[in-house]
Design a protein around this ligand. Structure first.
Ligand code: FAD
Length: 449
């Protein structure tokens, strides 16, 4: 009797979109004995931060026809929608909670069809060591898991803890809205899509009080428009020239607001190559000066959300200001926050019943113990744009110039190597590539490549 080869150990940390898709692909592609462990701090396997909300007004900002989780089956999501008895319109912006259920089911179906055992572990990863035994991840529970291949898919990080009894809300996705009185004044730090979601959630709860959103430039996300054709001409490689190219492309397209959105969409297919060619100084200048404008044109509101926000602005229920908020001081009844206006260069103190932090969703990742450990071990860097994994364009981590065998990173923190890697289409491709690479190594009989 021949002995069965030992099962290859594979672990995935983070079960949002990236972790779910890479796990489902591995379950389908592995043909040799393996054991798969999927670890998530929240204990929800599928939705991650973006698709955990069950609020019907929290819509996806990408069309149903573009968000299949299976690269080779573009209609996979719309077919799933029709099996649920829902309208399967390719151009619809569906509630994000619906998409979260789709991802959970994708994982369940992949696990049920595979011979590979999948263990789901609810725990926060707090440290990671790669050595000759493999990659060992330490968990906050005190346990440790060693794997031959480990994929980090921690996206926006674990959820930020709540300040008990406080009017300062660090995690906008917590249940703070339920504690707000209808007439309370709410101050938002940030004016992007997270602020939009929270303002709509408040209004749906019957809120009638004032809302003020403050961000560096006071810009709101633009509105989704019809898809446009990709430009055949690539932008020039230097940041300064690329920004000028973007301006000229927008100006050539006529109508100013819509033209900018079209120009940004035209640049998107070239964004990764462009980013990879930027010097560190150019990346820094991008984060400081260009990012706010790029973000509002790139991450847009679905039309239904935009209509409601327009109404709130028109009724002066919601205001958006450019400036900086300082450190808040809290009393039993209110929060006072120093404010420096960008336009008037004047300072004042804003008083509200609630201060809700809707700024960069990567804050939670930057504050997590795992990030500190990755930075200390030289596997990630901390910069003005947050935590960035030191991964190559192949998704494999680097320590100095050397690849770290068996350690991979997916999703938004991989942007230093891949440029923008935030949205479903880019992460889907990246997850498929990494899963194929691991499956090939395992199926060919080597634990690690
Ligand atoms: C509110 C919001 C809405 C969005 N809407 C869209 C959209 O409509 N369309 C689109 O294309 N893109 C959208 N995006 C972009 C989004 O980046 C991607 O679509 C995708 O969801 C990112 O998935 P992820 O798995 O990388 O990250 P996440 O969704 O953040 O998932 C990471 C998972 O890792 C877990 N985790 C984190 N740290 C640890 C740890 N230390 N230990 C254990 N587990 C950990 C978390 O609990 C979480 O479940 C949205 C983003 C946000 C924030």
């Amino acid at each position: 009797m021949t002995a069965r080869p030992p099962a290859v150990r594979i672990a995935v940390v983070g079960a949002g979109f990236a972790g779910t898709v890479v796990t489902a692909r591995l379950l389908a592609a592995l043909t040799r004995p393996a054991a798969l462990t999927l670890i998530d701090a929240n204990g929800r396997f599928g939705p991650g931060l973006a698709y955990s909300t069950d609020h019907p007004r929290h819509l996806m900002n990408t069309r149903a026809g573009t968000v299949s989780a299976v690269p080779v089956e573009p209609a996979h999501f719309t077919q799933w929608l029709s099996r649920q008895g829902a309208a399967a319109d390719e151009d619809a912006f569906v509630p994000r909670g619906v998409y979260g259920r789709y991802l959970s089911e994708l994982l369940d179906v992949a696990a049920s069809r595979s011979d590979i055992p999948l263990s789901r572990v609810t725990a926060e990863a707090i440290d990671l060591v790669a050595d000759s035994r493999g990659v060992t991840v330490r968990l906050a529970s005190g346990d440790a898991i060693t794997a031959d291949h480990l994929v980090l898919c921690v996206g926006y990080g674990p959820r930020l803890p709540r300040r008990a009894g406080s009017r300062i809300v660090d995690d906008p996705w917590s249940d703070w809205c339920d504690r707000v009185a209808p007439g309370d004044a709410v101050l938002f730090r940030g004016s992007g899509l997270t602020m939009v979601d929270q303002a709509l959630r408040l209004v749906a709860n019957g809120h009638r009080g004032r809302m003020l959103a403050v961000s560096r430039r006071g810009l709101l996300p633009t509105t989704q428009t019809a898809a446009i054709d990709t430009l055949a001409v690539a932008p020039p490689p230097r940041l300064r020239d690329a920004v000028r190219w973007l301006r000229d492309t927008a100006a050539a397209a006529g109508d100013r607001r819509g033209a900018w959105r079209s120009a940004v969409d035209a640049l998107r297919p070239h964004a990764q190559k462009l980013w990879l060619g930027f010097t560190p100084a150019e990346r820094d200048r991008f984060a400081r000066h260009v990012q706010p404008y790029w973000s509002v044109h790139r991450h847009r509101m679905p039309p239904a959300a935009a209509e409601q926000i327009e109404r709130l602005l028109g009724d002066a229920v919601l205001k958006v200001c450019a400036g900086r908020l300082g450190a808040p001081e809290e009393s039993a009844a209110a929060v006072c926050v120093p404010f420096t206006s960008r336009r008037r260069r004047s300072s004042s103190v804003l008083r509200a019943h609630w201060l809700v932090d809707c700024s960069d969703p990567q804050r939670a990742l930057a504050a997590s113990p795992l990030s500190f450990a990755l930075v200390a071990r030289g596997l990630a860097s901390a910069g003005p744009a947050g935590i960035a994994f030191r991964v190559g364009s192949d998704g494999v981590f680097r320590s100095g110039a050397d690849a770290v065998p068996g350690l991979y990173g997916l999703g938004p923190p991989g942007r230093d190597a891949l440029g923008e890697i935030t949205a479903i289409p880019e992460i889907r491709e990246q997850a498929a590539r990494v899963a194929a690479r691991i499956a090939e190594a395992v199926n060919n009989g080597s634990a690690v490549e």
